[in-house]
Structure formats: structure tokens, C-alpha cells
Design a protein around this ligand. Structure first.
Ligand code: BTN
Length: 282
């Protein structure tokens, strides 16, 4: 699939046909700096957008990644969108939001016939035929950037980038892949519908449990998370290095790392994580 149409009317139709229309607003922009920056500005002010609003762009020219990195995608080839979460759960449980977004991407891509895994906290990887230093047998197909908006009440903008149509030469790094390269050609609207379907379902479950992740939802997170059971190296905010084995997810979504006879909780956003078997930080 070379290119596909992405405008508000066509996306609205595709989502309605799949039964996954957003409960909030939906806006598709032809070109934008960053969908997350745009949605953040619409989340505040005189007419704040409601929970479940989705903003996407056909062409994102200033995509932002985690840890100050950039997220680069050619026009018309990737799915770049942001979703507004007005949590309705205790603020101390918000740490689950980026993981649940990553899980929704994993499950959405799975429904398209792919075999993705989650690298804690929310990188989505696909198996590749060959091993690459730093990545082992995986390549990154999607990433999530979660940002807190403080006003009018704490909310989270979840920015999701999924490589969809890119050929190898269109990817910014050798460690990236796309849905098409993995052998599941699908329109961007179809990928969006698949991910949103899982996101509405998973956030509804999470809210029913008042922000706790237990039972089948916890099992799904654990099963998807390829980091568990691996040796990891974590650079803490002060620069200290923690090396150990990722053993479990804590009640608040932190990664529990067993190191030197103690178990240390590692929170998303304050670490650089290196999965040691896979080589350097990714
Ligand atoms: C990462 O893996 O570093 C996170 C990448 C997140 C990229 C998405 S694309 C849509 C949204 N808008 C942005 O500027 N960034 C996120």
C-alpha cells in the first residue's frame, strides 16, 4: 500500500465502521509540528477538549520522542496521533497509562496478524529475521510519549507513533521497522482503529478497578512485556547505574529490578533502560 487517505471525514468513517469512534473530539490535520503539542494546547484553555479526544496528522514534521529525542516520519507513511486521557483514577496510579497505551498498540498490531512485544515501559517491537547489535532479534515499530497536563485537572496526553508504510530506506534508523515490512499491509486508519479498539477497552477495565491493574489486565501486561526475566541496566536520574534482573511489574506500573539481594522499583520517565542481552540502550 503506497499511500492512504487520512483526513477527518475518512478517519471518522473508518472508526465508526469499526465501532471505535472516540468519546471525545477527533481532528486530523494535514500537517503539524507535533500532534502531542497540538493536543496539549487543546486540552487547556477556555474550551478544553474532553477525555478520549484524538488528534492525528497526515504529516508530522516535528515529532518528539522520549528523553528529548526526535521522532521522524515521512509524509503520509506513518500513523502519528495523540489521545487525551482525563484519568478518572487516583493520580498515583497514572504510571500505568503509558504501559496501557503500549499494551494497546501490542494488542492492536496483534489483531492485524503481527507478533509484537512490549519493551518496558512502552516501546513496541516486532521480531525480525536477523540480529542487530543493541536490538537482538527485534526492531522498533512504535513508541509512546506520555506527558502530564496539569490544567484544569491532571490529564495525560499519550502520543503514539507507529511506522506503517515505510520501506527500509524510509526509516530513520536500522533498528526500526514498519507494519508493512513485517508483512501486514494495512491502511493507517485500520491500524488506528485496531489500536483505539484496544485502548478504549483497556482504559475502561482500568477505570473499573479504580486505576489498579489486576487479574487479566495484569496478566496481559506481564505476558506482553519482553523485559521481564531479562538482565537490565538502569541509569537513575542521579547517574547511578543499577544492574539486575527485571522480575515483575509493581502495583503502580514500576519495573521491579532485583539487584544485589534487594528489589528496586524503577519508574518510567526517570531512567535509561538497557536490556543487557540486547546490547546498548535503546
Ligand atoms: C519514543 O519512542 O521515543 C516515543 C515516540 C512518540 C512519537 C509520537 S508520534 C505522535 C506523538 N507526537 C509526537 O510529537 N510524539 C508522539
Amino acid at each position: 500500500m503506497a499511500q492512504d487517505l487520512l483526513d477527518t471525514a475518512s478517519v471518522e468513517r473508518a472508526l465508526a465502521a469499526a465501532g471505535v469512534s472516540p468519546p471525545g473530539r477527533l481532528l486530523v490535520l494535514e500537517q503539524v509540528g507535533s500532534t502531542s503539542t497540538e493536543l496539549r494546547s487543546r486540552a487547556v484553555g477556555a474550551d478544553p477538549w474532553p477525555d478520549g479526544s484524538v488528534l492525528l496528522a497526515d504529516d508530522q514534521v516535528g515529532g518528539r520522542g522520549r528523553a528529548g529525542r526526535t521522532w521522524t516520519t515521512p509524509p503520509g507513511r506513518a500513523l502519528t496521533f495523540s489521545v487525551l486521557l482525563r484519568p478518572q483514577v487516583p493520580v498515583e496510579r497514572l504510571g500505568w497509562a503509558p504501559l496501557l497505551a503500549g499494551l494497546s498498540v501490542v494488542e492492536g498490531l496483534r489483531s492485524l496478524g503481527l507478533d509484537p512485544v512490549l519493551k518496558w515501559p512502552n516501546d513496541v517491537l516486532l521480531p525480525a529475521g536477523t540480529s542487530l547489535p543493541g536490538w537482538g532479534p527485534y526492531r522498533k515499530v512504535a513508541g509512546v510519549l506520555a506527558e502530564l497536563v496539569a490544567q484544569p485537572a491532571p490529564a495525560v496526553v499519550l502520543g503514539i507513533g507507529i511506522n506503517v508504510h515505510q520501506e527500509s530506506a524510509e526509516l530513520p534508523v536500522a533498528s526500526a521497522t514498519s507494519v508493512a515490512l513485517a508483512g501486514a499491509p494495512a491502511s493507517r486508519a485500520r491500524v488506528l482503529a485496531a489500536v483505539l479498539d484496544r485502548w478504549w477497552e483497556r482504559t475502561a477495565q482500568w477505570r473499573r478497578e479504580d486505576g489498579r491493574v489486576t487479574g487479566r489486565l495484569a496478566d496481559a501486561c506481564t505476558a506482553a512485556c519482553m523485559t521481564l526475566g531479562r538482565t537490565v541496566e538502569v541509569t537513575r536520574p542521579g547517574g547511578q547505574l543499577l544492574r539486575g534482573t527485571a522480575v515483575a511489574l509493581a502495583d503502580d506500573g514500576a519495573l521491579l529490578v532485583e539487584s544485589g539481594g534487594r528489589v528496586v522499583p524503577v519508574h518510567a520517565g526517570d531512567v535509561m533502560l538497557r536490556t543487557v542481552e540486547d546490547g546498548p540502550a535503546v
